[in-house]
Design a protein around this ligand. Structure first.
Ligand SMILES: O[C@H]1[C@H](O)[C@@H](O)[C@H](O)[C@@H](O)[C@H]1O
Length: 633
C-alpha cells in the first residue's frame, strides 16, 4: 500500500503535545481515545481533537491489504476442515445404499478421519518447527487434493477408507498450522479477528457441505463422488496461492534467516517502520533461549518450564471443553437429533440440519465482530455459560418428550418376536431407545392410536421387519414408522434449545480455543503447543462423536444433554479461573501472563481493559507504551 504523505500525518510536535496532555485525566466524552493505556476510565480529552478521518486513514495505512490476502488464503485450510468433516454425513446416505455399507463401516469411514487428524496434528508440530508454516500449509493443501482425487474415484469401500485417512492427515496439519500462521503475520490490533476468521471459514465449510449434500442427494447414483471430490477446488486454490505467499517472519527470524524476515515484515506491514517489531521478536527469541534453557524435546521443555506448562494446560483445557460441550454431536448428528425430537421427514431433517450449520456460521461472524471489542476472556465466558444453559433447555425438551411419551397399545404376535425385546416395551420411549426396535403407529388429526413396538428391518432402519410398517413409506397411509425417535409435541423446545445452543456456542466457545492457542505460547513452543492442543481437540471430537449414540442409548437423550451441560459448567469454572485476557498484547508479551500460579489468571489480569493503539509519526509506527513521551523525542 502506498505511503500517503500528509495532512493526515502527525508531526513530532503535535504528538508530544498529545502525550503531555495525556496525563490529564478527564471523563470519557464518548469519543474513542487515541491512547487508552491502563484503564477505560483514564481517557485523554486531547484525543477528541484528532480528526476522525485521520484516525480512520491511519488504521487503514496500518493494515496493508496483503495481510487480509494472507489470512484469506490460509483460512481456506479452515474451509477444508469444515467441508471435509461436514460433507460425509450427506455422502453417507448415498454411499450406504450404493456400497451396501454396514453400520460398522459407516462408523469407521466417519471417525477414521477424525482419529487420523488427531495423530497428524501432533506430528504437525514437528513439521512446523522444522519446515515452517508455509511448507506445512502447502503440504496440507496437497494432501487435501490427493484425498479428494482418491475419494471421488474410489471403486470400493477400502479405497474410500484410504481417501478418508488421507484427508484426516491434511486436516490435522491444517488445523494446527493455519491459526499460528495467521497470528504470526497479523498486526496485534487485528490478530484476534483474523484468527477468528479461520473458524468462520470452518463453519462456512460445514454450511457449504450441507448445501452440497442437499443438492447432490437427488443424484442417487454417484452423487457422493461430487460431494467428496469438490473439496479439491479450495485445496488447489490454496496450494497455488501459497506458492506465492511468504513464510511467517517469526519463524524466519527463529531460523536465523533475518534478511528474508525483514523483507517479509516490510511486505506485511506496508509503509510502517518495522524495526521495533523486528527487534522485539529477535529479543524475545534470545531471551527465550536463555530462559527456557535446558535441552531435550520441546514438549519436555514446555512441561518443565512453569509459564509454558500453564499455557499448555489452559490451551488444551479450552480445546477439551469445546468438544465436551457436544458441538459435534450437533454438527454430525444434526439430522438425527432433529428426528429424535420428532421431525418425521428425512429430507426435512437433512435441510434443517443445513439450517443448523448456517446458524453456526452466522453466529461465528458475530464472534469475529466481538473478539476485539469485548476480548477473548469475556467472550468465552459469556459463550460457555449460554451454551451450558441452552444444553439444559435441549435436555428439558427431550425430558418433556420422554415424560409424555405415547403408550404401546397393540402387541402383535409373530414368530420372530419370540427372541425379540421389542414386545416387552409398554411405552414408546424405551422402545425407541432399544436399537433393535421401532415404533409403528397411526395418527389422525387429533390423536395417535394403534401403536406397536416391533423389530426394525436389519437391512434398512427406514422400515419394520414385518407388519404394517414393513412397507416402504409411500405405501403406508396414515401409518408411521418412528425409528430413533418418538412422536412428540415438544419438538419446538428441542429446536429452540438447538438454535440457542449454536447462537451461544458459535461466537465464543467455537473460535476462541483456536484463537487463544495461536497466541499464548512463546515462539519456541508455539508449534508444539498448538500441535498438542489441536491433538486434544481432535481426540475429544473423536471420543464425543463416537460415543454419542451409545451415551444416548444408556443415559437417554435428556441424560446425554444434561451430561454435556454439566461438562460445559465445569468448563466455565476452568475458564473463569485460568484464562487471562490476551487481547491487543503483542505475542512477545503474552508469555508473562502465565508467570503467576495457574488459576489466578482471571484475578491478576488487572489491566484487562488495556488497549494498545498506534499513532503515526511521519510514516513511522509508534507503540505508545505507558512510559511515554521520552521515547519519541
Ligand atoms: O471450532 C470448531 C467449530 O466450532 C466447528 O463447528 C466444530 O465442528 C469443530 O469441532 C470446532 O473445533
Amino acid at each position: 500500500m502506498s505511503r500517503k504523505s500528509s495532512d493526515n500525518d502527525y508531526n513530532l510536535r503535535s504528538m508530544s503535545n498529545l502525550m503531555g496532555e495525556r496525563r490529564k485525566k478527564v471523563n470519557d466524552d464518548g469519543e474513542r481515545s487515541l491512547i487508552k493505556a491502563s484503564s477505560n476510565a483514564s481517557i485523554n480529552s486531547q484525543a477528541a481533537d484528532v480528526p476522525r478521518e485521520a484516525r480512520k486513514q491511519f488504521q487503514q495505512d496500518v493494515t496493508p491489504a496483503f495481510v487480509y490476502v494472507l489470512a484469506a488464503f490460509s483460512a481456506l485450510g479452515g474451509f477444508l476442515f469444515g467441508y471435509d468433516t461436514g460433507v460425509i454425513s450427506g455422502a453417507m446416505l448415498l454411499l450406504k445404499r450404493e456400497m451396501n455399507l454396514s453400520a460398522l463401516w459407516q462408523e469407521v469411514l466417519i471417525s477414521s478421519t477424525v482419529a487420523t487428524a488427531a495423530l497428524s496434528a501432533l506430528a504437525g508440530g514437528l513439521l512446523n518447527g522444522v519446515f515452517g508454516r508455509r511448507v506445512c500449509i502447502l503440504l496440507a493443501s496437497f494432501i487435501f487434493t490427493a484425498g479428494g482425487i482418491v475419494l471421488s474415484a474410489a471403486p470400493d469401500k477400502e479405497v474410500l477408507l484410504v481417501g478418508r485417512l488421507i484427508v484426516g492427515l491434511g486436516l490435522g496439519i491444517a488445523s494446527m498450522t493455519v491459526p499460528v500462521y495467521i497470528a504470526e503475520t497479523s498486526p496485534p490490533h487485528l490478530r484476534g479477528q483474523l484468527v477468528t476468521v479461520n473458524t468462520l471459514f470452518i463453519t462456512g465449510g460445514q454450511f457449504t457441505a450441507s448445501i452440497i449434500d442437499g443438492a447432490f442427494s437427488y443424484l442417487r447414483h454417484d452423487g457422493w463422488r461430487y460431494m467428496l471430490g469438490l473439496s479439491m477446488v479450495p485445496a488447489v486454490l490454496q496450494f497455488v496461492g501459497f506458492l506465492f505467499l511468504p513464510e511467517s517472519p517469526r519463524w524466519l527470524i527463529q531460523k536465523g534467516l533475518t534478511q528474508k524476515a525483514r523483507r517479509v515484515l516490510s511486505q506485511i506491514r506496508g509503509n510502517q517502520n518495522i524495526d521495533e517489531e523486528y527487534d522485539s521478536i529477535k529479543n524475545s527469541i534470545e531471551e527465550e533461549e536463555k530462559d527456557c534453557g535446558g535441552d531435550g524435546p520441546v514438549i519436555w521443555r514446555m512441561l518443565t518450564y512453569p509459564p509454558t506448562r500453564r499455557a499448555l494446560l489452559v490451551g488444551c483445557g479450552l480445546q477439551m471443553f469445546q468438544q465436551l460441550s457436544g458441538i459435534n454431536t450437533v454438527m454430525y448428528y444434526g439430522a438425527t437429533i432433529l428426528q429424535m425430537s420428532g421431525v418425521r421427514d428425512d429430507k426435512v431433517a437433512i435441510w434443517l440440519a443445513g439450517v443448523t450449520a448456517f446458524t453456526n456460521f452466522l453466529f461465528t461472524l458475530l464472534g469475529v465482530w466481538l473478539v476485539e471489542r469485548v476480548g477473548r476472556r469475556k467472550l468465552t465466558l459469556g459463550s460457555i455459560i449460554g451454551t451450558c444453559l441452552s444444553l439444559s433447555l435441549l435436555a428439558i425438551g427431550f425430558l418433556l418428550s420422554a415424560q409424555h411419551t405415547p403408550p404401546v397399545t397393540l402387541h402383535p404376535t409373530d414368530p420372530s418376536m419370540v427372541n425379540s425385546t421389542c414386545n416387552r416395551h409398554l411405552l414408546c420411549e424405551p422402545c425407541m431407545l432399544d436399537p433393535g426396535c421401532g415404533f409403528c403407529y397411526r395418527e389422525n388429526s387429533t390423536a395417535l392410536f394403534a401403536s406397536s413396538c416391533v423389530p426394525v428391518n436389519t437391512a434398512s432402519t427406514e422400515k419394520a421387519a414385518w407388519g404394517r410398517c414393513s412397507n416402504s413409506t409411500q405405501l403406508r397411509v396414515h401409518t408411521y414408522w418412528a425409528y430413533n425417535y418418538c412422536p412428540t409435541s415438544y419438538s419446538w423446545v428441542v429446536l429452540l434449545g438447538l438454535v440457542l445452543y449454536l447462537a451461544f456456542f458459535a461466537p465464543g466457545l467455537g473460535p476462541m480455543p483456536w484463537t487463544i492457542n495461536s497466541e499464548i505460547y512463546p515462539l519456541w513452543a508455539r508449534s508444539t503447543g498448538n500441535a498438542c492442543s489441536a491433538g486434544v481437540n481432535w481426540t475429544f471430537n473423536f471420543l464425543v462423536s463416537l460415543t454419542f449414540l451409545h451415551v444416548a442409548q444408556n443415559l437417554t437423550y435428556y441424560g446425554a444433554f444434561f451430561l454435556y451441560s454439566s461438562l460445559a459448567l465445569l468448563g466455565f469454572f476452568f475458564i473463569y479461573g485460568c484464562l487471562p485476557e490476551t487481547k491487543s498484547r503483542r505475542l512477545e508479551e503474552i508469555e508473562s501472563l502465565f508467570d503467576n500460579q495457574l488459576c489466578s489468571c482471571g484475578a491478576t489480569d488487572s489491566d484487562e481493559d488495556r488497549q494498545v493503539e498506534y499513532i503515526r509519526v511521519k510514516g513511522s509506527n509508534y507503540h505508545l507504551s505507558d512510559n511515554d513521551a521520552s521515547d519519541v523525542d
